[in-house]
Design a binder for this molecule. Structure first.
Ligand SMILES: [Zn+2]
Length: 260
């Protein structure tokens, strides 16, 4: 019994003290396999409930933009991603643990070019690589259920909503919940590095957030300005682009040539 307790405490300690890619300490109780499983199940459900775009040009365009970003990820993160375009006017995009990316056709009107779409995908993938969903679940009551091995997304589970919230998914599919200011800023910084390394124009990320701000009240939750304030966000991007360049971060591949 005592041995078991020591084991459990050690496990908790090891799992709980993680570090994000920017070096921030994280409190993480839910392991990555569990998160991946949760992301996977949610994504399958989303594909069933929402209209998946079969427009060949659009799908090729989104793939063309996303692939170079994925090639810049740490080696064990590069493969096995599924990218789906959802046919919806919503200005939205997301990435889930389990290596799933969803892009709504509505966001293609705001991301005016491939560089801007790459900025969005880089940001979303940044949330996944930095384990933000896991952190969110760990902070909620859902952590108990996950650790007891409760059936995660089974109908009627009292924890279902808490788990979905941790993943950033609202009660209705397609409603994506905002991350905290810390998570948003961190995803911006991480995504920017992918953007530069993939060969896209990093400055377009600033133009993207300006376009997003012009949407006003129609801005999707995930991109709302409450965290961080729009001007702060754009200033931070400029600062980090400069800082990455001075650190010698540069394109690893030739400029992707993606058009719609
Ligand atoms: Zn975000």
């Amino acid at each position: 019994m005592k041995k078991l307790l020591v084991f459990v405490l050690t496990f908790l300690f090891v799992v709980a003290c993680a570090k994000s890619p920017t070096g921030r300490s994280q409190f993480i109780l839910v392991d990555s396999d569990t998160m991946a499983q949760m992301g996977l199940e949610s994504f399958e459900a989303m594909k069933e409930e929402q209209k998946v775009s079969t427009n060949k040009n659009l799908n090729q365009y989104v793939q063309c933009v996303a692939r170079p970003i994925l090639k810049t990820l740490p080696a064990d993160w590069q493969d096995g991603w599924e990218i789906v375009v959802f046919d919806s006017e919503q200005v939205n995009a997301f990435a889930l643990p389990g290596r799933k990316i969803g892009v709504y056709t509505g966001i293609l009107g705001v991301a005016e070019n491939a560089d801007q779409l790459a900025a969005i995908i880089g940001h979303e993938v940044g949330h996944v690589i930095a384990n933000h969903g896991s952190e969110r679940v760990s902070q909620s009551t859902a952590a108990n259920a996950v650790m007891q091995g409760a059936s995660l997304l089974s109908q009627g589970s009292e924890y279902q909503q808490a788990i979905m919230t941790g993943l950033g998914l609202g009660a209705q599919f397609g409603v994506l919940l905002p991350y905290s200011r810390t998570h948003e800023s961190e995803a911006d910084v991480i995504g920017l590095k992918y953007l530069i390394e993939a060969g896209f124009k990093a400055e377009e990320s600033m133009a993207l957030w300006e376009n997003m701000n012009k949407l006003g009240g129609e801005r999707p939750m995930e991109f709302m300005s409450t965290h961080p304030a729009p001007d702060t966000r754009i200033n931070n991007l400029a600062k980090h682009i400069e800082s990455y360049r001075s650190q010698g971060v540069k394109a690893q591949f030739s400029r992707p040539n993606c058009s719609r």
